[in-house]
Design a protein around this ligand. Sequence first.
Ligand SMILES: Nc1ncnc2c1ncn2[C@@H]1O[C@H](COP(=O)(O)OP(=O)(O)OP(=O)(O)O)[C@@H](O)[C@H]1O
Ligand SMILES: [Mg+2]
Length: 603
Amino acid sequence: MFKRIFGYTKPYRRTLYTLAVLIAIMAGLQQVSPFVSKLITDLLVEEGLTNFSTLAFLLGLVLIAKLIQTGLNRLTWFITNIFVVKFEIHLKQLGFDHLMSLPMSYYNEQATGKVMSKLDRGVNRIINIVNNSGMHFLPSVTSALISFVIAINYEWRLALLIVIGFIPYIIINRWRFEKNNKLEKKEYKLYDNQFSHFWEVLNSMSLIKAFRAEGYERTRLQEFFSKYLALREEMESNTNKSVAGDFFLELMLWAMYAYIVWLSWQGQLSIGTLVMLVSLIQLMREPLWQLNWIFWEIKRAQVGAKDFFKIMDVKEQIPEPQNPQSIKKLKGKFEFENISFIYRHEDWAAITGFKKKNNNNYQQKNLAVLKNVSFVIKPGEMTALVGPSGAGKSTIASLLLRFFDPDKGKITLDGVDLKQLSKKDLRSYVGLVSQDSYLFAASIAENLRYAKPAASRQEMEEACKIAYADKFIGDLPNGLDTEIGERGIKLSGGQRQRLSIARTVLANPQIIILDEATSSLDSESELYIQRALRKLLRNKTSVVIAHRLSTIQQANKIIVLKDQGILEEGTHQELLKKKGLYAQLFDIQSGQTKMLKEWGLVQ
Ligand SMILES: Nc1ncnc2c1ncn2[C@@H]1O[C@H](COP(=O)(O)OP(=O)(O)OP(=O)(O)O)[C@@H](O)[C@H]1O
Ligand SMILES: [Mg+2]
């Protein structure tokens, strides 16, 4: 645990070593004052106020030691505080990079709010450990140890007293920490759930309002809080045990004082040594008292830090190839060879430990979506995917972008296995307009530039024209520079779709996947965009997923998916002749109500 944290401090080793040296020097300087006090007292007792020069020298020594100590102390804190901030930034950056490298399947499984809460708390706790153990605990303990060694050098039996007093202190606190650790884990879990709940609520306000679920959500929150309160109460009562430990500690210290005084009374110690030993014990006293609090803090932090490590331990499951191949001249031919694909739910639960045992709500089954599917997406052609909802159309799009890897079979692009391509290359070849149009809370121009950072205004305007978005953007107060709300809330569904089409148009990839890209548009806009897209898609490989069959009639090939496989494939005309599912769907959509009459849906 500490080793791992120490591992993360690698870029700051020099700073840490500097700090260690500073701490050691300061601990040494602390001993000066008790030692000089002894010399002064002995001097005064033996010679009275006669030897002024030695006295002045000794006092000067103490003063200088104090001055240096004060200066070093400030310097140490200066270096420390800046180091801690740098370390925090470093950890957050690592966490962020790591989260971005994780596969989509991780995000499907995890509640985003929980991940955020764990990561944030983990970083804070690690910083806490570094701060408390490194900056409070180590200096105190170093100084206490030196004092201890000096003290037992004068009177070894003091060590015995310390050991005797310390044993019950440690036993009591261990007992207390063990209980607390369990409670803490519970507390963090509860806290994560609550954070995640908050997050969800904020993200689904319209849903909550529409279903008048405010009261329900409020009760849910109250449940969390009452559990939280109960837990904290239990923790606090557990902490009361520390009083017993502190009692032994205090007893030990007083025993030491008494013993020294007794020795000196017996004439075995000079008054000077008595003074010194008393101040040395005073020096030890401080860290001993801190120990309790610091251990408690460190223990607390451990639980949080472990959560952070757990997230950092999640491995990327879509590995980059060792020696990525490159495609010199991209044609854009995809081939699916006997692909089977299953959405798995167990993997992540096992890795992250989020799975709750014996909780039926949580048990999800794996879901086989594709079984032994083979087909070819020819270069420069338009291939359409149709089929009932849930048939696996969007899944195929995800496989093409390698958001997931198939369980069986091979997908190739121009003959190269997707696993042999670098993900960056693959995703630069393929553009996706997905079913949900994700937009950032930023200006429209910034959203567009996401696809092409160097895009000029003119390019952006052209892309918007093609996507039929120029009109509504023109009507906005600041045109392209208009800010759109979180996830583009201020835009209508159709407007968002047009914007995400414009974004892909701007990126201008060789292969384009349109997943229900025009489904939220009115028929007229759809017609216009279809026409524009046709121009754009000419000579490109395109995969179009659509429920409205009228939009894919001109596709070179239509693949009808159903029940984990391909039901039929061919051109529009061929499929109509076949009189299968496609023909039936087409009949319904083109208003031929024969089927509907048969089913009794219309008169
Ligand atoms: N990320 C996921 N994790 C687990 N299961 C998923 C995931 N995405 C989709 N599924 C499941 O896989 C099946 C296929 O989903 P997919 O999104 O590919 O369907 P689709 O054909 O695109 O449907 P639609 O026409 O409604 O968009 C569905 O039953 C769905 O519940
Ligand atoms: Mg879909």
